[in-house]
Design a protein around this ligand. Structure first.
Ligand code: ADP
Length: 205
């Protein structure tokens, strides 16, 4: 099976993928978001994840005075798995095939429309398992990734490097992508670069 009308949107962490995804939605494109799907798959499989990582990843979510719910705190889980690649593999083992199946299900619905759509998959190049031929990479410098992670997530430099080092180097992704947008300037120049891509480089699918 090949997803003929799909374009994978990827990048490095904090390179600007979500910003581009928001712009694409404004322009009327359908964007399937792997992160959103991953969050609901995590919630649906919370029991198995807590079994593997312990109750320390839970937090109380007081829905009302008489019903207290426990939910997975993604920050706590992230801190555990990004500090230990074996644990990250374990989490991926539990969730990845389910996330992929959900993405493919959504994508197949889009295929029927016969028009291009985007699939925002942060680990598209790392996983190398999606039947999508075209890709758009949002790239930037490591310095900007660190600065954006500090500003957006409140990470310190070591935490930011941990996240960056857990991914394939952007250099390698640059060589694999069908098209690269360099996001090293203002938001306005990112928008212009995206418009240029949509007008002149969108694959004829
Ligand atoms: P990703 O989805 O790749 O992790 P985001 O799109 O969330 O990255 O961008 C990371 C952070 O950097 C966000 O806070 C975003 O607003 C900011 N950002 C992205 N691109 C630019 C830019 N060109 N100029 C200024 N801030 C930017």
């Amino acid at each position: 099976m090949i997803l003929k009308h799909a374009i994978a949107l990827s990048g490095g962490i904090a390179s600007g993928k979500s910003t581009v995804a928001s712009l694409l939605k404004l322009y009327g494109y359908r964007v399937i978001c792997a992160d959103t799907i991953a969050h609901s798959v995590l919630d649906a499989n919370a029991e198995e994840v807590v079994e593997a990582f312990g109750e320390g990843i839970l937090e109380q979510n007081c829905v009302s005075c008489d019903s207290i719910k426990f939910v997975i705190n993604r920050k706590k889980l992230g801190a555990i798995v990004f500090a230990d690649s074996k644990k990250r593999e374990k989490l991926e083992q539990i969730l990845h095939s389910k996330i992929k199946a959900e993405i493919l299900k959504e994508a197949q619905k889009e295929e029927r429309k016969g028009i291009p759509y985007f699939v925002d998959i942060p680990l598209f190049f790392e996983k190398n398992c999606y039947p999508i031929a075209h890709s758009l990479l949002i790239a930037t410098t490591q310095e900007l990734q660190i600065a954006r992670l500090k500003a957006r997530n409140g990470f310190n430099a070591a935490e930011a490097m941990q996240r960056i080092n857990a991914q394939m180097p952007l250099e390698k992704k640059r060589a694999m992508a069908s098209f690269v947008i360099e996001n090293c300037g203002s938001l306005e120049s990112l928008q212009q670069a995206l418009e240029h891509y949509l007008q002149h480089h969108l694959p004829k699918l």
